[in-house]
Design a binder for this molecule. Structure first.
Ligand SMILES: Cc1cc2nc3c(=O)[nH]c(=O)nc-3n(C[C@H](O)[C@H](O)[C@H](O)COP(=O)(O)OP(=O)(O)OC[C@H]3O[C@@H](n4cnc5c(N)ncnc54)[C@H](O)[C@@H]3O)c2cc1C
Length: 407
């Protein structure tokens, strides 16, 4: 059986590991720390703003077909994006998470700032037309959500009078995780449903994204049945319960399929077999050892998670020292934080061929090394709003190719 080693346990790494396993490989995944999912809204952005000064796109798949050749989506093609989306939706549904979207239109999701964000795939718990929302309800004592701020923004956007409500779950300094766990208790869920039945019967009610880590959809249905209305989650500040919910599901899927996950293990260098990788050197605490494999998938993320590091004024890929696409003479960041053109450092990453193999001087560095997710160059996940979609779809291709099957 072909042995695949995946480096990184974020959205891309877990997806690549599951794909490789489903394609028949023996798979091990190394994870040095957290991915960015505790910061992540839970929505999978496909592509919203391909041009810095252009309008938002309403049909992501149509826009993906027009991207420049260096963009990761252009390297793998639109069909691969559709296959990745469908595979993702099928798997997470098995684990009680429904993601809606077909890539041909955008969802509008309400934010904790009272604005709307565009996204390609949305969790069922957020999939409500914001114009339908009648009430915004805070869940006390959660401090990272102001029902007033959200209702004001929504009233301005929808020209309707959106009311606020406040529900107290528990006393004390419970954080998002603690509150979600408390609200997931059947008695507390029922008390909340009865509160809404008194205060907002039959209405559409937005709450901070604090439904439970497990069974959020069941909890939503059970609360809705008590007040006869619709409950919608609003993603907000970290730690993000919907982001963690998604990653818990993917992790469970990977483990159920037989992926071996090794935590707190950092890949630190190549086992170079002359044009092919024999595996990687890894560090666990102070010990160094070797992990051998027939193919390796690099899914180490970007600056936030150490996939790209900045040393002595230069950006580097630290595991294989792969060349990065970085415009000569550019500074890393523009002076304005929210510059519409994005920041050069965030669109720099490894340069790959159409099989997602990192290149040096236009040739694959190793025949059996594949890269996916935020580590890739040629796109800016933040400015474009494409991070989740690129992670899912490039990981699907990388996982399959690493397992030795057609993309
Ligand atoms: C604040 C924030 C909010 C975002 N919100 C959204 C959103 O709402 N929707 C959306 O679609 N996208 C969003 N994105 C973008 C999206 O999260 C990323 O594009 C996507 O999750 C990248 O996944 P990844 O697996 O490539 O990287 P990551 O999630 O960064 O995972 C990288 C993994 O590699 C591990 N790692 C790194 N180096 C090593 C090593 N040497 N050895 C072993 N392991 C290693 C890390 O510990 C981590 O587990 C957001 C990003 C940020 C920063």
């Amino acid at each position: 059986m072909r042995r695949v080693l995946v480096i990184g346990g974020g959205l891309a790494g877990l997806t690549a590991a599951i794909e490789a396993r489903e394609a028949g490989a023996e798979v091990a995944l190394l994870q040095a720390g957290q991915g960015v999912h505790h910061l992540f809204s839970g929505c999978i952005d496909l592509l919203a703003y391909p041009q810095p000064d252009g309008p938002a796109v309403e049909n992501p798949l149509e826009a993906i077909a027009r991207l420049a050749p260096e963009h990761p989506y252009a390297k793998i093609g639109g069909d691969a994006v559709v296959r990745a989306m469908v595979g993702f939706q099928r798997r997470v549904t098995e684990h009680g998470l429904t993601y809606l979207g077909d890539g041909r239109h955008q969802y509008r999701v309400l934010t904790a700032m009272g604005t709307l964000r565009l996204t390609g795939l949305t969790p069922l718990t957020m999939a409500v037309d914001p114009a339908q929302i009648d009430v915004v309800c805070s869940i006390g004592p959660y401090r990272n959500f102001s029902a007033g701020l959200v209702a004001d923004g929504l009233s301005r956007l929808t020209k309707k009078n959106v009311r606020t409500l406040a529900f107290e779950v528990a006393q004390g300094e419970l954080d998002a995780m603690g509150l979600a766990a408390k609200l997931a208790e059947p008695a507390e869920s029922a008390r909340f449903g009865d509160f809404l039945a008194r205060e907002a019967r039959g209405l559409t009610v937005a709450i901070p994204a604090l439904l439970g880590l497990e069974n959020a959809e069941e909890q939503k249905r059970s609360i809705e049945s008590r007040f006869g209305g619709v409950l919608v989650e609003v993603p907000g500040l970290p730690p993000s319960i919907p982001g963690l919910r998604l990653m818990h599901a993917l992790r469970r899927i990977a483990l159920d399929r037989g992926v071996r996950i090794a935590q707190n293990v950092r890949a630190v260098g190549a086992l170079d077999g002359g044009g092919v990788l024999r595996g990687v050197k890894v560090r666990v605490a102070d010990l160094e050892r070797e992990e051998t494999a027939d193919a390796v998938v690099l899914a180490t993320g970007h600056l936030v998670t150490g996939g790209v590091v900045s040393t002595r004024g230069a950006l580097r890929e630290p595991v294989f020292d792969l060349p990065l696409s970085f415009p000569a003479g550019e500074s890393f960041f523009r002076s304005r934080f929210l510059d519409r053109a994005g920041h050069p450092a965030l669109s720099c990453g490894v340069i790959v061929d159409s099989s997602l193999r990192p290149l040096r001087d236009q040739s694959p560095v190793y025949e059996n090394l594949f890269a996916c997710g935020d580590i890739l160059g040629g796109f800016d996940p933040y400015r474009e709003r494409s991070g989740g979609g690129v992670a899912l779809s490039t990981a699907t291709v990388a996982g399959r190719l690493a397992a030795g099957v057609a993309r």
